[in-house]
Ligand binder design. Structure first.
Ligand code: ATP
Ligand code: MG
Length: 440
């Protein structure tokens, strides 16, 4: 590997390609989204977990499968120069959570429902809705074998879409069953025979995977292969009674709550750990990056990572894609404007103004203080009013010399009834604030 030259000391440094800075005002949308997620998790009694961003590379190789896009070409892997350990920036959340549960024997007292807000890394070609550092809301139910929990998790996604104000006509639910390993083995032979008969249309990835992991070929994004993928033998036809009963039990809940879905026999997901139920929530508003949420059951993963056999099911939702979808359907989160902007014509008034604003904040009012930005002190009244206006505040609080002498503050409306003014005694400013809050 060639050493990269250290950049010129004066040159402007930029973010790594495919990795985004999230700054105001965009960050407010993220906070709003996260607050909706937190409220949802509390409603469904899922507890928060946080695991490291860096994991041993072997965790993902063993967990996701060697012959998957993520492990073959998307992982940020490196050798720790201090001790030679092989490490990877996590490309997905489930394997790390399962490792943590195994390591701490966390399911000793029974199953757990958990969620995590995670930053993930995949070396993909950056484009709208596809980045190299991205974020997911990840949800896992660990130690539950029944189809009821699969259905619960699908309903959670629906509830979140609903809480966010996304009309259901813009998303669809697709569902499939990947059966059990023995059923997949029988299907696998039929799949290999089918693809061998069409070897001329297979791309390089598919040819390489034909004998190691033919199911992965069904997950191809290559348009030239869609026709042979469509014609491939369906795993659904190889499912035994128990697998079909599990799928039907999930469907029965979805039918009972009136949630429409489409059975998509080609839906296989990108990781090897899935079995039985798999699902995706898809929108047609985001082009080829249309999957906003995907998940399924992974009953074999605990054992594969050295733990006790533990049935589990989970999903991951792409935060960037959800925010793009919200934008596409015109959902605007509530604003983050302050209630009041404190105008302080002269620096001498600052201590009194600050004390009054502290009282207001104590009463729950959002106050933005004017502050000096350069050598020219506080700036003119005109420029302070301009900033007050730009802040979006409903009121300007003016802490002028006259007010200061009289122990008052002038409150000027900037939005509703703009221009209206009243004088408030500083000692009573908190009472005024309570009044303000009850009207907001
Ligand atoms: P895709 O088929 O679009 O590559 P995936 O099957 O690789 O998605 P998962 O690994 O199941 O996706 O992750 C769940 C969700 O995370 C996806 O549905 C998507 O919303 C989001 N996601 C996946 N990869 C990216 C990425 N590179 N950038 C942004 N969001 C992503
Ligand atoms: Mg992918």
């Amino acid at each position: 590997m060639s050493e990269q030259p250290i950049a010129d000391k004066a040159a402007k440094l930029t973010a790594v390609k495919g990795m985004n800075d999230i700054l105001p005002p965009e960050s407010a949308r993220w906070e709003w989204f996260e607050s909706k997620v937190r409220a949802l998790m509390a409603r469904y009694a899922y507890a928060n977990v946080r695991t490291p961003v860096v994991e041993p590379t072997a965790l993902f190789v063993r967990g996701l499968g060697e012959v998957t896009d993520i492990v073959e070409k998307e992982m940020y892997s490196f050798v720790d120069s201090m001790n030679g350990d092989k490490l990877t920036l996590r490309p997905e959340a489930t394997a790390g959570i399962v490792r943590a549960m195994n390591e701490h024997n966390a399911l000793y007292n029974g199953p757990m429902r958990v969620w995590s807000a995670v930053t993930l890394f995949r070396h993909e070609r950056p484009q709208k809705g596809r980045y190299r550092q991205f974020h997911q809301i990840d949800v896992e139910a660990l130690g539950f074998a029944g189809p009821d929990v699969d259905a619960e998790q699908i309903l959670m996604c629906r509830a979140l879409l609903c809480d966010l104000g996304i009309p259901m006509e813009h998303v669809r639910l697709e569902l499939n069953s990947l059966g059990q390993p023995a059923e997949r083995m029988a299907h696998r032979a039929a799949l290999i025979a089918h693809f061998e008969a069409h070897a001329d249309v297979l791309d390089e990835d598919a040819r390489r995977r034909l004998h190691s992991n033919p199911l992965r070929i069904l997950d191809t994004k290559n348009p030239a292969m869609q026709a042979i993928v469509e014609a491939a033998p369906q795993l659904m036809d190889f499912l035994g009674e128990a697998s079909l009963a599990h799928l039907n039990a999930v469907r029965a809940v979805l039918d009972a709550v009136g949630l429409a879905y489409r059975i998509n026999p080609r839906l296989v997901r990108g990781m090897d750990y899935y079995n039985l139920t798999v699902f995706e929530w898809i929108t047609d508003k985001l082009g080829s990056q249309g999957t906003v949420c995907g998940g399924g059951r992974y009953d074999g993963l605990f054992e594969q990572l050295g733990g006790k056999p533990t049935p589990a099911v989970g999903w991951g939702m792409g935060v960037e894609r959800m925010l793009l979808l919200l934008e596409a359907v015109g959902v605007l989160p509530p604003g983050t404007e302050p209630d009041a902007y404190a105008i302080v014509p002269a620096a001498e008034a600052m201590p009194v103004a600050m004390a009054a604003c502290e009282a207001l904040r104590g009463a729950g009012i959002k106050v933005q203080m004017h502050a000096a930005t350069g050598a020219d002190g506080m700036g003119s009244m005109k420029s302070q009013f301009k900033k007050a206006d730009a802040s979006g505040a409903r009121y300007a609080l003016i802490f002028g010399a006259d007010e200061l002498a009289a122990g008052t503050v002038t409150v000027k409306a900037l939005r509703d009834g703009a221009g209206a003014q009243q004088t408030q005694a500083l000692a009573e400013v908190s009472a005024w604030a309570c009044n303000l809050q009850s009207r907001s």
